[in-house]
Design a protein around this ligand. Structure first.
Ligand code: DC
Length: 646
């Protein structure tokens, strides 16, 4: 399993251009393919979902060509596709699957449409029922009511009124409306039940209008496509920035100070999710908007919880659920039943992961209530993302409260492939000073004093390896039994309290400082599984206001983005002498020659091991303390820190 480890962030501000809207991108591609004439699509979203649509159009014989930098040239086929028999794989892209199913059912041909397992669990029966009213022939290849589908050539009977349910997914109505101009006659669609996610229908109608088809409507109840309607290319069309993607950054501004400004979508947008900004405003956020941009900042006194019907912002509402972690009082999001049939059951997933952070969550069939807690906890197993891009993006906000591991973060590629890089570009991570160096170089003493001077926390990473060796010893596990030692490392019950360390609830004291445990730590530290097990345990120290970490791989592996990296060393003789004095002071017996020999062996092992060997990073500053006092070494690091943390 892959993961993204996020440091706690202290603040958020900045400006960023948004990737293109997923909903608009896939609608524009399909209509450009069906239209008369050539369309140049600019600012198309580059993501998994649009890749599925582009691939499907290519398979159907549509000439689509990348012009670079988000621009595409689509040669319209004016109605029917050249390829009359094809199998299409549409991944988990609902915005490709539903409209393509409708269009292919009406254009005539023999087509198989399938997707990933989750796509096959997302209902499509209401759309199929509506298409069958027109005479379409569609078989279910798996479970009735769900993809995969087999669409067969059929005699389409137009000139009537169709009924479609509106209360499961607005994509059924979208698919039908986009397909109806292909039927060639006047057809009215009546919506049965409360139409959900209405803003997405607005996007559909607005995009169809850009391609020359104006749908007559009776409010949200009935929509009529007139005979003679046909799609005509508008020439060049620009895709707006994604308003749902904007929600994460506006929320960042609202919780992290701001202002955070997103460009590419604003007041003039056709996307309903821009109204997320209003919801954030109700929570108290300061919102500014221009025609093509939006901006959010934290209000004086912080955010407050809200009780909101989210029918108009189903996707962006997810962002409110994690923003709620940083508001005063409970937040209740209502009318979100559609969450249950999205990329995953989003109500259940959201509730489960919020609870892992310590929040109190109540969930119902169509609502979720989030009651925040003073201090978030960072689950060692990480936040699961359920192959749902929005889960990954929403939970990144929680890093304002705690360092966080997000599992399988690559799911963001569905709509926002470089999300985490953009996230990093507008957030200010809690700073890290990484001090690496060989045994007994004095880095522990220096690191501890630097941390105290700056008011930062201090991580003695060597202690974790020593504790692992000690715990293995106590459990009767041999130091070279990698899986068993790694299991012990993963489950270490350790609490650091100031200078004191508690293992399994008992004070450890000098039990990890003996020469035996030094040797054991050095042995267990060469094993990759042990290092992996201790990785996140170290990264959770990366919290506000900052951290000084000492060890062997602080700057290379654990905190590669550390604001300051120091390689602190001293001659082997000087180090042996320091260790000798330390041991004698603590009342242990010691022999200088043996200590020197031991140190050399340990240096060798630390430097030669294949994982995370001890070495000076190219961007680390060298501090040789052979002839320096502790005070001089501390001052040097503090001087560098003043520069690096400016
Ligand atoms: O710094 P120390 O002597 O307490 O470290 C004990 C052992 O743990 C040492 O042999 C090297 C290993 N270690 C490591 O491999 N990586 C770290 N980040 C810290 C210590």
């Amino acid at each position: 399993m892959k993961f993204a480890d996020l440091p706690q962030f202290l603040s958020a501000s900045g400006t960023l251009g948004l990737p293109g809207s997923k909903s608009i991108s896939n609608r524009v591609l399909l209509l450009a393919a069906l239209a008369e004439g050539v369309t140049e699509v600019r600012d198309l979203l580059s993501s998994d979902d649009t890749a599925r649509m582009l691939e499907a159009l290519h398979v159907l014989g549509v000439a689509v060509q990348s012009l670079g930098a988000g621009a595409w040239r689509v040669e319209g086929v004016a109605g029917g596709f050249p390829v009359k028999e094809a199998a299409l794989f549409l991944g988990n892209a609902g915005t490709a699957f539903r409209p393509l199913a409708a269009v292919l059912a009406l254009v005539g041909g023999d087509y198989r449409l399938e997707g990933v397992e989750r796509m096959h669990e997302r209902p499509i029966g209401d759309l199929v029922d509506a298409l069958r009213q027109l005479g379409a022939e569609i078989d279910y290849l798996g479970n009735p009511g769900y993809p995969p589908l087999h669409v067969k050539p059929a005699q389409i009977r137009a000139g009537r009124t169709l009924k479609v349910r509106g209360d499961v997914s607005s994509q059924f109505l979208t698919g039908l409306l986009m397909a109806l101009p292909l039927a060639g006659e006047t057809i009215t669609v009546e919506v049965v039940g409360e139409l959900i996610s209405k803003p997405y229908i607005e996007i559909t109608l607005a995009t169809m209008a850009r391609f020359g088809v104006v749908v007559q409507r009776d409010g949200w109840r009935a929509f009529t496509v007139l005979a003679g309607s046909r799609y005509v290319s508008p020439g060049t069309i620009y895709v707006e920035g994604d308003a749902s993607s904007a929600s994460y950054f506006l929320a960042l501004g609202a919780i992290g100070g701001g202002p955070v400004r997103v460009e590419g979508v604003g007041k003039d947008s056709i996307q309903g999710d821009v109204r997320f900004a209003e919801a954030l405003g109700q929570m108290g956020a300061l919102i500014e908007m221009g025609p093509n941009w939006m901006e959010a900042s934290r209000p004086e006194g912080g955010l407050v919880g809200i009780d909101l019907d989210c029918n108009h912002i189903p996707d962006a509402a997810m962002t409110l659920a994690t923003t709620a972690l940083f508001a005063k009082g409970a937040t209740t999001l209502r009318n979100i039943a559609s969450w249950r049939v999205k990329e995953t059951d989003r109500i259940a997933a959201m509730a489960a992961e919020l609870r892992k952070l310590g929040a109190v969550v109540e969930e119902g069939e169509d609502y979720i209530r989030v009651i925040p807690v003073e201090r978030l906890v960072s689950p060692p197993e990480g936040i699961d993302t359920y192959d749902d891009h929005r889960m990954a993006m929403c939970f990144s906000l929680a890093a304002f409260g705690t360092p966080l591991r997000i599992n399988d973060p690559h799911c963001v590629a569905k709509t926002f492939p470089d999300y985490f890089e953009r996230f990093a570009s507008v957030t200010k991570a809690a700073p890290v000073i990484a001090i690496d160096g060989p045994s007994a170089s004095g880095k522990g003493t220096v690191a501890g004093r630097v941390a105290a001077a700056l008011g930062f926390s201090y991580l003695d990473s060597g202690a974790l390896y020593r504790l692992t060796a000690l715990a293995a010893c106590r459990a009767g596990v041999a130091w070279d039994d990698e899986p068993a030692v790694a299991a012990i490392a993963a489950q270490l019950d350790v609490v650091f309290e100031g200078e004191d360390i508690f293992l399994d609830g008992a004070l450890v004291g000098d039990a990890i400082r003996t020469e035996e445990m030094s040797a054991g730590a050095s042995k267990v530290a060469v094993m990759p599984a042990v290092r992996e097990a201790l990785l996140f345990r170290q990264r959770v120290f990366n919290k506000a206001p900052g951290l000084v970490g000492d060890g062997r791989d602080m700057g290379s592996v654990v905190f590669p983005k550390a604001q300051l990296k120091v390689f602190l060393t001293a001659s082997a003789e000087a180090r042996a002498e320091r260790r000798y004095k330390q041991l004698i002071e603590k009342g242990f017996s010691a022999n200088l020659a043996d200590l020197l020999e031991d140190l050399r062996q340990r240096d060798e092992r630390d430097a030669q091991r294949s994982v995370a060997p001890l070495r000076q990073e190219p961007d680390a500053k060298l501090l040789d303390t052979t002839h320096l006092t502790v005070e001089q070494a501390v001052k040097q690091v503090l001087d560098w820190a003043a520069e690096a943390l400016k």
